[in-house]
Design a protein around this ligand. Structure first.
Ligand code: SAH
Length: 348
């Protein structure tokens, strides 16, 4: 059977072309687009300004992916909400909603699973299942907005998956998310995190968008990076940092560097000094993430004092550093943990 086209992943131009090819008037596309991206309906039946006949036709010839809320965990500590959503094919993904002083933020997944293989990450343990469609990334935000009743102002693509490994769908997602006829989230309030796929980082830089690029660095030498992140075997540390420099040159946006602190692995004073030397001219922001231990490996967080010392050492060399506040500590914080637990994959 031929797959029905997914109308929710189309921009207005594409939707207009599709609806005209289906023998309908062009202005119908705008109406459908509003139902999908402003009103966030979950069925063609709700599109009450379309004739019954057109709604039937749409049902028969088109699709609109909808996520089903399978589970929500609410943190008693800080109100962080972690959602487990079922996709229409039965696959599960996770998204997180966090409330900050400057507004609400959602962390979205970009793939089911991941094929990058980072040693400390739960999302990659079973490999990549499939890419998410643009609509499936948007839906995470639409459903959460509906469930909380509050506007989302910031989006980070830091959930499961490697967004730049799903490049075309990511770009369409960015286009639809920032569209004035949709949620109209500013590009500056959107962060995309990558493990460092150099050619894609450069391609993204050439687009000259105003989104923030975050690089998962996690090590201060090529050797240590290769141990933690198999992707480092394909792209040398110097190449990755050059791509960050290129991103800054092209877009004027400073890159954020994520550094998961793993006790006894990448947390020595020498690591801090090498890191400072590497990032010196990039003037980016460093986000230290005390590693979130998962059952499948033996990594541990450094002690609180040790983390503060590491941070201070970086600051002394002029870097701007924050330690990521652990949101929702009590609710399976680490990427991919909830989905695995739900599937019974990491139950002991
Ligand atoms: N694939 C993208 C985005 C997903 S993960 C990337 O690699 O950037 C978002 C961030 O969380 C990445 O920096 C990732 O390395 C980090 N991360 C994943 N699992 C973690 C864990 N158990 N503890 C701490 N950080 C983790």
């Amino acid at each position: 059977m031929e797959e029905k086209p997914d109308l929710k992943s189309m921009n207005l131009r594409e939707l207009e072309a599709w609806i005209q090819a289906a023998g309908e008037k062009k202005f119908r596309a705008k109406q459908i687009y509003q139902w999908l991206h402003e009103k966030h309906v979950t069925s063609f039946d709700e599109m009450s300004n379309l004739s019954m006949e057109l709604r039937e036709k749409l049902k028969n010839h088109a699709s609109l992916p909808v996520l089903r809320e399978e589970l929500v965990q609410v943190s008693k500590i800080d109100g962080t909400r972690k959602y487990l959503f079922a996709l229409e094919d039965g696959n599960m993904i996770e998204s997180v909603w966090m409330r900050y002083r400057h507004g609400n933020s959602v962390c979205v997944s970009s793939q089911v699973g991941c094929r990058m293989g980072c040693r400390f990450c739960a999302s990659t343990l079973d490999g990549l299942v499939r890419n998410l469609a643009p609509a499936e990334m948007l839906e995470q935000i639409y459903r959460i907005t509906q469930s909380t009743g509050e506007r989302v102002s910031n989006v980070v693509v830091m959930g499961s998956g490697e967004p730049l490994d799903n490049y075309d769908n990511l770009l369409k997602f960015v286009e639809l998310l920032t569209d004035e006829n949709g949620l109209h989230i500013s590009q500056r309030n959107l962060t995309v995190s990558t493990c460092g796929l150099v050619p894609k980082m450069r391609r993204l830089a050439d687009k000259k968008l105003q989104i923030t690029l975050a690089l998962s660095l996690h090590a201060s030498t090529q050797e240590k990076r290769m141990e933690l992140m198999p992707v480092a075997k394909s792209y040398e540390l110097t190449e990755v940092l050059d791509a960050c420099r290129y991103y800054f040159e092209k877009t004027g946006r400073r890159v954020t560097f994520e550094y998961s602190l793993v006790g006894g692995v990448n947390d020595t004073p020498e690591d801090a000094d090498r890191l400072a030397a590497l990032l010196g001219d990039l003037k980016g922001h460093v986000n230290l993430i005390p590693v979130n231990p998962i059952r499948e490996n033996a990594y541990v967080q450094p002690g609180q004092r040790h983390i503060s010392e590491f941070k201070k050492r970086l600051e002394q060399s002029g870097l701007n550093v924050t330690v990521r506040r652990e949101m929702g500590r009590d609710i399976d914080g680490a990427c991919g943990q909830l989905r695995r637990r739900y599937a019974g994959l990491s139950l002991r």
